[in-house]
Design a protein around this ligand. Sequence first.
Ligand SMILES: [Zn+2]
Length: 273
Amino acid sequence: MLKEVAEGVLVHESEFIQSNSVVVQGTDGVLLIDPGITVDEMTGLANDLHEWGQPVVAGFSTHPDWDHVLWHANFGDVPRYGTARCAASIQDLLSNADWKARIAVGLPPEYAEQIPMDLLGLITGLPAEAAQIPWDGPKVRIIEHQAHAPGHAALLIEERRVLVAGDMLSDILMPFLDLEAVDPVEDYLAALRLFESVADGVDAVIPGHGSVGGAEQVRVRIKQDRAYVQDLRDGGVPDDPRVGPSATLDWLPDVHRWQLQQLAQREQHETPE
Ligand SMILES: [Zn+2]
């Protein structure tokens, strides 16, 4: 079911960790951001758009993780964009003969059979200097940053005062750092500063997973994510409901411990004897 969060901006929420697909109405059809997870959900969304008389005219993936680069033939054969780094990262994965097996190990077993791999990751990278998505509709500004994944992009639909945050600013998932980056903590903090710089122009924040937040939630979530990342850096114990005993998702405390451990290991390697 599509829910309107601002004029001409609609969200479809998946059963799988509240993954949000975003539909932006343009002149001759819609832009589809992070299309969905299961075959049923995507064909359902394609049907809804068809009944509404709104063909998909372009797609966009916020980052190269499997749950953001899926597609279904019923959406049509249209350009699917991502940042240059996003496209390079997923193309790198797809260049391995066993890419399906590599992705399959990370899929949630209860949905694995329902996740279509055929059109996964067929992303056209936009030029590194591209400031907006090339399409006929409200201007969608690309805010690229390094934090959760290579080439991660948030999208700001200025006219609608909507920020599509990708896998950042979630009320259910704490920050997942890109632990392969050179400086994952500073990258994350820098990305949050970038979000802060546009927060005044935002009335709705749509995270990749979780619930849509209103104007006040934008700053609340930036602050909460920053506190988490700082605690991770400083070895503090985060006072964060997302990873505490009452976490909505019971596997998050494990991810938290893993992130702590990974960062501690890096530090050991970096500190001279
Ligand atoms: Zn995700």
